[in-house]
Design a protein around this ligand. Structure first.
Ligand code: ZN
Length: 242
């Protein structure tokens, strides 16, 4: 099966639509790794558009926060403002749907977790050391995560030494017997100094993974955020991808 892997849409409908257009005809099912909402101006529209697709999805920390399932006192000020705004917007349909989503899914070949296999909702895997510890927390050869908004492939060699592989947007990565933890990056709020929406294409038979980027109308999302008086910091970061 060909799978469109997406994560951290964060209520950015323009970015989500751009990814679906860019990947059109190249997948049969979406695997969404959570944080569908939070930060962006279109939470309900993003939930609806996802539900129109053949998909499975996880929930992330921002989804949990908007559902009131998470204490947000450790969120920074702008993230807390975004949660409060998102909560005020969510329809009962969106709430009911988000409440059905698991924080992680284990399949024989692939484990899906929003944040990490060790702590599916919270932990940030931002370096090879943290990734290395997490290899003991899933059984499948491969694990896909989101949460950091930074695309990366952590690979464990025969001696269980873990390192990040250089990213290649031009050719697919062939998955091998080496175990990996892979992050496709974020659709709606990239944080790797590239403002283009990030996603990936997985072929579960050929075992190939292709990192992808596509530009989207950033100013359209920013204008909607301004209209809704969302924090400047959240609006500006979309221009730069930080
Ligand atoms: Zn996120």
């Amino acid at each position: 099966m060909r799978v469109l892997i997406i994560s951290d849409i964060h209520a950015n409908l323009a970015a989500f639509k751009a990814v679906l257009a860019d990947a059109e005809g190249q997948w049969e099912q979406i695997w969404c790794l959570g944080d569908i909402i939070g930060y962006g101006p279109n939470p309900n529209e993003c939930v609806s558009l996802l539900r129109e697709q053949d998909h499975i999805s996880l929930s992330g920390n921002h989804d949990w926060a908007a559902l009131g399932k998470l204490d947000i006192s450790s969120f920074n000020r702008v993230a807390r403002l975004a949660v409060t705004w998102t909560k005020s917007q969510l329809t009962s349909e969106s709430i009911d749907y988000l409440n059905t989503l698991p924080a992680h899914i284990e399949q024989p070949l692939f484990t899906l977790a929003h944040a990490s296999p060790r702590q599916p909702v919270w932990e940030y895997i931002l370096d090879a050391e943290t990734a290395a510890v997490n290899f003991d927390y899933f059984k499948s050869p491969y694990c896909f995560i989101g949460h950091t908004h930074v695309p990366v492939v952590y690979e464990a060699d025969e001696d269980k030494y873990v390192s990040a592989r250089p990213l290649n947007y031009d050719a697919p990565l062939q998955l091998t017997s080496r175990r990996c933890i892979i992050n496709p990056g974020s659709v709606g709020q990239p944080r790797d100094a590239n403002p283009d929406a990030a996603y990936a294409l997985l072929d579960t038979e050929l075992l190939t993974w292709q990192h992808k980027r596509t530009p989207y109308p950033v100013t359209k999302t920013q204008a909607l955020m301004r209209e809704n008086k969302m924090p400047d910091r959240l609006i500006e970061r979309l221009s730069y991808g930080w």
